[in-house]
Design a binder for this molecule. Sequence first.
Ligand code: PA5
Length: 369
Amino acid sequence: NIKLFKLLKDLISKENQIIRSLTSSYQNSYSNSIILKLKKYSEIKLIGMGGSTLGARAIYSFLKDKIKKNFIFIDSLKPKNDKIKNKKSFLNLIISKSGNTLETITNANILVKKNHKNIFITQNQKSYLMTLAKKLKAEVIEHKNYIGGRYSVLSEVGMLPAQLLGLNETKFKRFNNLIKSKYFINELIYNVSFISKCVLDGKKNSVILNYDENSENLFKWYQQLTAESLGKNNKGIFPIISSMPKDNHSLLQLYLDGPKNNFFTFFAVSKQKSNQLDNRNLFDKFSNLRNKNLDQIVQAQRIATQTVFKRKKIPFRSFEVLKRSEETLGELFCFFVLETILLGRLMRVNPFDQPSVELIKTETSKILT
Ligand code: PA5
């Protein structure tokens, strides 16, 4: 733990540019006037891959109850049917750091038209998307070249979409307060050391038992963050997302009695509103369900599962979010980013590159040529 405290101190004090992008002093490369100008668009197509969309998607799903706009994410090579209802108030947001990602340029080629309102977020360099933006006379917002996709959620890549969704950008930026909190730092160190011990014990599958449907995309973001940052030099953690309580009836048996090569993360969000059960239809055998709501049942299942895990000595950690808000989500982003970088340092891998992803790009290009 002393080593971890030192690594963390180093990371925070060394003016790491990625870390700076998490703080409130980070300057976005767009101004508020662009948000005001784009406010009228109620339907937005976000075109991008991996780190260029996963953060915005996590935000959109986690805070869905607060959001009135309709976002469509085009994040695979399968352009979705155009579900745009109001063609006049629709905007294309094309995000790619490199400006040359095959899937993004293919989707943009098919979906982006000159008569649409188009905004590009891309690095300030010559690329396919930069050329397309110029051709369309579209506005370009700079994607800073030092922020890799999976670390970009609190930069313009995640914050511009968040602001277009009507969310408060400053509320996400909790880093400065968090690193002053002993509780946050201790939890961070505890979690990194817990995961590191699991990995040393040969438990390299990180199974996320997610009890909150709206957090599914947060864990898709987390999955990419850990997989691409740590999966190198024959090292890494394999992040698996399990939807609970659904997977009680498919995977739980394996988790409990199968090979002991997993560690688990329980994740739940307290719900203010939840469907109440109808007491009139609860017969004697199920009288313990009287006056209960859906959330109480799900939480009972979660606590019961943790009790059984403890009994079986299966390693796990547990997150319980009390308030669904920009602040909480900002805190989770910072927590997982710091956790991943610290794990990278402990595992002696560079958490910021992804050398092997390039191999597929080169081979695909050869086949298409
Ligand atoms: O985290 C990363 O760097 C990657 O997942 C990229 O975000 C992804 O490959 C898309 O790249 P680009 O933003 O250059 O289109």
